[in-house]
Design a binder for this molecule. Structure first.
Ligand code: HEC
Ligand code: HEC
Ligand code: HEC
Ligand code: HEC
Length: 192
């Protein structure tokens, strides 16, 4: 490891341990390095995750459904969500130090914002209160470019960016969320 990287990790560690309520979380690159998710050789294919190292969840999940949800969710998590759940299903011994509130049991996706479904202009038209994904995300490009995977799907990575400390203490894209933070994240896509 390069000395400046060691210093950076140390600094981030100190900041996070001295001020646990500070508006900051450690990006996964600081927690694990790049190889937790990418590998330079012998890669496996996962849409939306370049140079994927192939470690994925083996759990079977109950997907989200409701009377008002109009998307068609894949039978099981797809794209980068499969990567995230490889550790966040709570069964990966390499991330055994994950606190229980950070892990999703097989039934818990049913009670989380829907993932692994196509969000396109047809869905936006049908819903009536969703932006067209070709509209700007306010993060630099369009919703499609910035938040959806290469198959135009909503995934864990639509709201989270694991590469940096992002925003707030949940690695969010663009906006913090929860009490006092407003609806900015949700209004990237929703007209509510
Ligand atoms: C916890 C898993 C994880 C870790 C750790 C991780 N990545 Fe990624 N990476 C992803 C996912 C998921 C995507 C696709 C979605 C996205 O871009 O956020 C991605 C996309 C990328 C891309 C292509 C998209 C782009 O933004 O250009 C590059 C390049 C990349 N990662 C480099 C890295 C490097 C370098 C590191 C280490 C410093 C790293 N990643 C660590 C999960 C990870
Ligand atoms: C990347 C875009 C995007 C972001 C960001 C986003 N959503 Fe969604 N959300 C969607 C799409 C697409 C649907 C599916 C709409 C449908 O079919 O009803 C959806 C569905 C929903 C539903 C309806 C589920 C149902 O059963 O009808 C709610 C409620 C919701 N989102 C709330 C939120 C909240 C709260 C946030 C912010 C924390 C958020 N969304 C962030 C795209 C997004
Ligand atoms: C290599 C295992 C691994 C992978 C892959 C992984 N995570 Fe994590 N993640 C963890 C662990 C371990 C923690 C708990 C850290 C802690 O408790 O301090 C965590 C914490 C988090 C947190 C809470 C942030 C914080 O610091 O409180 C979020 C949000 C998160 N992960 C999202 C994701 C998303 C989204 C993906 C997929 C793009 C992903 N993770 C992939 C292991 C992983
Ligand atoms: C629609 C946006 C959205 C999607 C999609 C999404 N998250 Fe989150 N996530 C959030 C927000 C907002 C928070 C912080 C507020 C909260 O904790 O309720 C959060 C919090 C978290 C946390 C911190 C622990 C916690 O419960 O507060 C983890 C870990 C996490 N998400 C992982 C994931 C994983 C893994 C996926 C995919 C299976 C995912 N998220 C999909 C918006 C999203």
């Amino acid at each position: 490891m390069k000395p400046n990287l060691v210093k950076l990790r140390l600094l981030l560690f100190l900041v996070s341990s001295l001020a646990p309520t500070a508006v900051m979380a450690l990006g996964h690159t600081y927690l694990f390095g790049c190889d937790a998710c990418h590998t330079p050789h012998n890669v496996e294919t996962l849409p939306g995750v370049p140079l994927w190292n192939g470690s994925e969840t083996t759990a079977t999940f109950v997907m989200y459904s409701s009377d008002t949800f109009q998307g068609t969710a894949d039978g099981q998590p797809s794209g980068d969500s499969r990567l995230c759940l490889g550790c966040h299903d709570g069964s990966n011994s390499n991330s055994g130090w994950m606190s229980p509130e950070h892990s999703f049991g097989t039934g818990e996706l049913a009670s989380s914002h829907p993932i692994s479904f196509v969000y396109d202009s047809a869905l936006a038209a049908k819903d009536g209160a969703l932006k067209n994904p070709s509209e700007e995300s306010m993060l630099g490009g369009t919703i499609l470019e910035d938040l959806l995977d290469p198959e135009s799907k909503v995934q864990c990575g639509s709201c989270h960016d694991v590469h940096s400390s992002s925003v707030g203490d949940s690695l969010l894209r663009g906006y913090d969320y929860g009490s006092g933070h407003g609806p900015g994240l949700c209004r990237i896509c929703h007209i509510k």
